[in-house]
Design a protein around this ligand. Structure first.
Ligand SMILES: Cc1ncc(COP(=O)(O)O)c(C=O)c1O
Length: 434
């Protein structure tokens, strides 16, 4: 499947760690992350984008996966970080991530979250609406802290991905509309605000995209806006953030591209437009999340019940499900999987891999070719690094699995397995029920 996955003595190996031994040591289900794969992705972006093109920034989109250890790894690699909530911001700051390298997104940041960002001198705020703009302008003034600001715009571009992860179209909860009567008063307000430094624009067209067309179309829309701002206000836009969304390999039907396929085209579009229109070429920022962490993750589960419904299908149930991977239920995401304890056994069945949650839709993989599975087998589901742990829930009071980072033959827990005590830690019993 991926380069860091292999088999040895008919057992799956993740980097140089035996998958069955990982489950024995750390329990099941288990999220496993390959550190070398993650670092390779950072380095691909470094060489294909940052080193190749001057005045560029790459921020890791932490919504894909964030823990304290991971924030430290992102910082070690020298990347910026995109956060989208007070919780992500707290996690980054608590891991000593430099606040000036944080980009704060979100379509409904609260007053408290914005105050936290101002007090911590976060490097950039991506303002999503006019209400936020006025709250932020007031806070920056109150705390006498100049803040760098970009506007998230909705470029009106449809991307070829699932509707729920297509975010650049006009009818979206995200971003400021490009109608003249909305965007230009907002730009005027940002330029005029005493404690705001208006840097430029941001868009994010969607996720799991294999074709650069929507990024390029949105870039052109943003460039027209930059041109218009220059001519209306004699104001030079410094920065254009073209978001993330670069697709990865979940199954053989995915055709991922190198990061350079996207970024070369984006940079070229910006450079030639600026040359033609005599504009200063803005700093260019990208925000990949899934691209960095997605393929590095494998989830290991243990098989329990196997239910064969004659002439219909066979359900193979594992000890996790939609609580650790909501993506198949949320947007019909497809995954690949195999039996980690005997990957070389002949495939003689096609099964539905399901979880243990009380939902019929709790399906992880449909039409999965497997050797006949039996209780105790270990199933490995691939490419689960992004939007799995970060979207995990406690539905049915299931415990969120531990996360282990493997590097060669070394493995380290970066998120401890929860306990039942953790599940009731926040519960409060009022006196009359006590
Ligand atoms: C503003 C923004 N930037 C970056 C990303 C990262 O997207 P991906 O993980 O697909 O690269 C997202 C994802 O939702 C986003 O909303």
């Amino acid at each position: 499947m991926h380069q860091y996955i292999s088999t040895e003595d008919n057992t799956l190996t993740i980097e140089s760690c035996n998958a069955v031994s990982l489950v024995k040591e750390y329990g099941s289900p288990l999220y496993v992350l390959s550190e070398s794969t993650i670092r390779d992705k950072f380095r691909e972006i470094q060489s294909e984008f940052l080193d190749k093109h001057p005045d560029t920034i790459a921020a890791y989109a932490s919504k894909a996966f964030l823990t304290t250890a991971f924030a430290k790894l992102v910082n070690q690699e020298g990347f910026y970080m995109d956060v989208v909530s007070g919780g992500e911001l707290y996690t980054a700051l608590n891991a000593d991530f430099p606040s000036e390298k944080i980009i704060f997104h979100g379509n409904n940041k609260s007053h408290a979250e914005l105050e936290m960002a101002v007090k911590n001198k976060v490097g950039r705020i991506v303002v999503d609406n006019l209400y936020e703009l006025s709250v932020l302008a007031d806070l920056a003034k109150t705390f006498d802290t100049p803040m760098n600001v970009l506007f998230r715009i909705t470029p009106g571009v449809n991307s070829s991905t699932h509707d729920y992860i297509s975010t650049g179209k006009k009818d979206s909860k995200f971003g400021i509309s490009l109608d003249d009567f909305v965007i230009f008063p907002a730009v005027e307000q940002a330029i005029a605000a005493s404690h705001l430094n208006f840097l430029g624009f941001h868009f994010h067209v969607g996720s799991q995209i294999f074709d650069n067309t929507s990024h390029i179309l949105a870039t052109k829309v943003a460039l027209d806006l930059i041109y218009e701002v220059k001519h209306r206000y004699d104001y030079v836009i410094d920065e254009l953030n073209t978001g993330g969304g670069f697709g990865i390999k979940y199954t053989d039907s995915c055709t991922p591209q190198s990061i350079g396929y996207f970024t070369d085209a984006i940079v070229e579009t910006i450079q030639s437009y600026c040359l033609k229109h005599n504009l200063k070429r803005p700093r260019i920022c990208i925000e990949p999340g899934r691209f960095i962490i997605g393929e590095a993750g494998t989830t290991l589960y243990t098989v329990g019940a196997v239910k064969e419904i004659k002439d219909i299908r066979t359900y193979v149930a594992v000890d996790g499900g939609m609580t650790d991977n909501i993506r198949p239920a949320l947007y019909q995401a497809k995954y690949n999987a195999l039996l980690a304890n005997r990957p070389g056994d002949p495939v003689d069945s096609e099964v539905t891999l399901c979880g243990k949650c009380c939902e019929t839709g709790d399906i992880l993989v449909e039409h999965l070719p497997l050797p006949s599975a039996k209780p105790g087998d270990i199933v490995a589901v691939f490419s689960t690094g992004a939007y799995n742990y970060s979207m995990a829930s406690h539905y049915n009071k299931h415990l969120i699995p531990a996360v282990v980072l493997v590097n060669g033959s070394e493995s380290n827990v970066i998120v401890r397995r929860e306990t039942y005590e953790d599940l009731v830690r926040q519960d409060v019993v009022p006196k009359h029920l006590g």
